[in-house]
Design a protein around this ligand. Structure first.
Ligand code: SF4
Length: 463
């Protein structure tokens, strides 16, 4: 397993900077079809109860609302200041939970719960408490110290009392959105958030027993400079969050309306953007953070780093997680479930999601059931994303294939990456090198059956 720092090579990164999926699932969401709607989801839930040892559950609740638009945002969210909409949403969410729970055996423990968005704390803490009560009146919460009950927080709209209340409902992890503290960048992205505000939220999370606190930053934003981003990194590192995600800004104004507010001339050049990434890698490495993979860093004592050491790391729609063997059930508009071999997505816009619930249905509307080939490739890509290597013998045995034969075409596609020393392949392992660790998705793309004949324009670039 590779746990050393990734090697930053600007020329190489520039050359391989092409669009590609982030592989929070394989196959990726564009492959989902309406052939797998509500009936398929119900069947998958029912089948998932049949394991002799009950499989644990991960639950996800999506809250789509935000008070104001951040101009870089590519999320599925609804901008509003009307708090009344939150009450209607919670009511529908509770309906969805009540309708789904009877399809799942009661003895299956919930080991992971996550609130994502949008802005989950658009809801009042008491409303989040109401959802958690609704969930745990119907699902069995794990009592393990390892359970992760987490929430994404916008530090601009929560205070210490709110955090204390959230912790009292059992939430024990938080992820804070920051992006950049530079006032000029904040102006250009329409997200004004002071350092003091962010630090006081982070401290309140700690004081209330939350662990594995994460901070999100973005590089490649308008008006971003090395000096400004360097200061942001220094201030964040001073606070010693357990985890950091440093995402690349993907400017796709043709897809995301809010991004049309960003002036192209304010964006850093490709070279300047790469320099920002190099700066983040240097500073985080020097501060003792370990690169986990795909934009994520963690302190070596954090559970994410330990899970990587023990080969227990897993990747799903919530990012990296330590809960590998659970079924994921998503609630709320646009959320995605992964139950057994089925990926299933809820209606993606609010009126359709609500309408499905009002008419007595579950709002699942599209998905995909993984066949044998999908399962094999998903396993391979999962290993690459989480551990930077693939154990070929184990893969051959589990999936009853001969690697070199089955993946002859993929290996051909991989050849230029092997020649560039991004990856190494022998009889035992396919392994990303230190040079290739920042380009994991390029390696994974060689094994993606669905990308073969198309230029994957719908995805963001690798860097
Ligand atoms: S970045 Fe987060 S807070 Fe900002 S608009 Fe998007 S979802 Fe909302």
């Amino acid at each position: 397993m590779i746990t050393s720092a990734p090697r930053f090579d600007a020329e190489l990164l520039r050359r391989y900077d092409r669009p590609g999926p982030r592989y929070t699932s394989y196959p990726t969401a564009p492959q989902f079809t309406s052939l797998y709607g509500e009936a398929a989801f119900r069947q998958a839930l029912s089948r998932s109860n049949e394991d002799p040892i009950p499989r644990p559950l991960s639950l996800y609740s999506h809250v789509p609302f935000c008070f104001s638009p951040c101009f870089y945002c590519g999320c599925n969210r609804v901008i509003t200041r009307d708090k009344q909409r939150a009450a209607v949403y919670v009511e529908h969410l509770n309906q969805e939970i009540s309708r789904t729970a009877p399809l799942v055996d009661r003895d299956r423990e919930v080991i992971q719960l996550h609130f994502g968005g949008g802005t989950p704390n658009f809801l009042e803490p008491s409303q989040i408490g109401e959802i958690i009560r609704c969930l745990f009146n119907r699902f069995l919460p794990s009592l393990s110290a390892k359970r992760d009950f987490s929430i994404e927080l916008d530090p601009r709209t929560i205070d210490a009392d709110g955090i204390a209340e959230l912790a009292s409902y059992g939430l024990n992890r938080a992820s804070l959105g920051v992006q950049d503290f530079d006032p000029e960048v904040q102006e250009a992205i329409n997200r004004r958030q002071s350092i003091e505000q962010t630090e006081s939220v982070l401290q309140a999370c700690r004081q209330n027993g939350m662990r594995s606190i994460n901070i999100d930053l973005i590089y490649g934003l308008p008006k971003q400079t090395e000096a400004g981003f360097g200061t942001t990194l220094d201030r964040v590192i001073e606070q010693r969050p357990d985890r950091l995600a440093i995402y690349s800004y993907a400017h796709l104004p043709q897809l995301f309306k809010a991004q049309r507010q960003i002036q192209s001339e304010d964006l850093p050049s490709p070279d300047a953007k790469l320099a920002l990434l190099g700066l983040a890698i240097d500073k985080l490495g020097a501060a003792g953070y370990r690169y986990i993979g795909m934009d994520h860093f963690a302190l070596p004592e954090d559970e994410l780093a330990k899970a990587q050491d023990n080969r227990q790391l897993h990747r799903n729609f919530m990012g990296y997680t330590t809960h590998a063997q659970s079924d994921l059930i998503g609630f709320g508009v646009s959320s995605i479930s992964h139950v057994g071999k089925l990926y299933s997505q809820n209606q993606r816009d609010l009126p359709n999601w609500q309408q499905a619930l009002d008419s007595g249905h579950l709002p699942a509307f599209r998905g995909i059931e993984l066949d044998k080939d999908d399962l094999l490739r998903a396993d391979l890509i999962q290993q690459l994303m989480c551990h930077g290597e693939v154990d070929i013998a184990a893969l051959e045995q589990l999936h009853e294939i001969r690697f070199s034969h089955y993946f002859a075409e993929s290996i051909e596609r991989l050849q230029p990456l092997l020649d560039d020393n991004l990856a190494q392949l022998d009889c035992n392992y396919l392994r990303a090198t230190e040079r290739g660790r920042l380009l994991l998705r390029n390696i994974a793309m060689c094994f993606d059956r669905y990308l073969k004949h198309e230029e994957p324009r719908q995805f963001s670039k690798a860097i």
